[in-house]
Write a protein that binds this ligand. Sequence first.
Ligand SMILES: Nc1ncnc2c1ncn2[C@@H]1O[C@H](COP(=O)(O)OP(=O)(O)OP(=O)(O)O)[C@@H](O)[C@H]1O
Ligand SMILES: [Mg+2]
Length: 281
Amino acid sequence: MSFLELSHVDKGFGPAADRYEVLDDVNLSIDRNEFVAVIGFSGSGKSTLVSLLAGLLQPDAGEVRMNGEVVTEPGPERGVVFQNYSLLPWLTVASNVELAVKQVFPEMSRTERREHVQHFVDLVSLSGAEHKRPHELSGGMRQRVSLARTLSMRPDLLLLDEPLSALDALTRATLQDELVRLWLEDRRTVVMITNDVDEAVLLADRIVPLTPGPNATLGPDFVVDLERPRDRTTLNYDPAFVRLRNRITNYLVDVNAESRQLRVDRAVQLPDVVPADLTTV
Ligand SMILES: Nc1ncnc2c1ncn2[C@@H]1O[C@H](COP(=O)(O)OP(=O)(O)OP(=O)(O)O)[C@@H](O)[C@H]1O
Ligand SMILES: [Mg+2]
């Protein structure tokens, strides 16, 4: 059995008579310490998938298992970095991280806890900004705090919901490199949601596309067998990288066109009638 398993997961929202089916028969197996990127279209159900993995939502059908146990509620062994930073605005950088540490490691002494917090603040290159509050930070810095907070809880599974998509290209590239450095130093299982093919190929061991919704499901796996560490500048000239990027992009373009056609076909339901032959009247 894999470390993380989703089997036949369905999830929708709304009353039964008018239910919006977001995810339909989602199946996924992830090995321990694997870095998986889920790539999908806007509004297709990516955050819903993260919430199911985190235990914040329960599937309508099917199940999510981690280490063989059904996931029924959120827990510190599954850390989430949300799309919108979700920091407490009245707390400083250090206190935002410390609050999480306190919850997960209540037995730590005050000194140990402070050291632990500082270690993770340093790890995400925020040394010197410990006493700033979120409104004094740039988007990239806020996302770093969010990452430090989640990493400081030492989760077995790290769930990253488009952690970098709100950032400018340069900050995004820097944080991508930091993320992969952290993961190489201290391997854990990562599921990262992204809408960027290059980002997925740069970071992940495997890329799984989520088809457009409604009834979104996971498409075929794309294994990234490019050697690590991967260098973003040379990667652009690597034929294997270019080939893989094109395969994934083409898949996404095709699946999007198919789904659009399906929506058009559904929307324009022509009446089943045969026109009268007026020439014989
Ligand atoms: N709690 C909820 N109640 C009702 N509908 C919801 C709820 N959460 C999500 N949805 C709907 O489910 C669909 C998928 O939402 P979700 O946030 O998972 O998509 P996403 O792929 O993460 O989107 P984005 O690219 O904008 O981050 C959307 O149509 C959304 O409106
Ligand atoms: Mg989302």
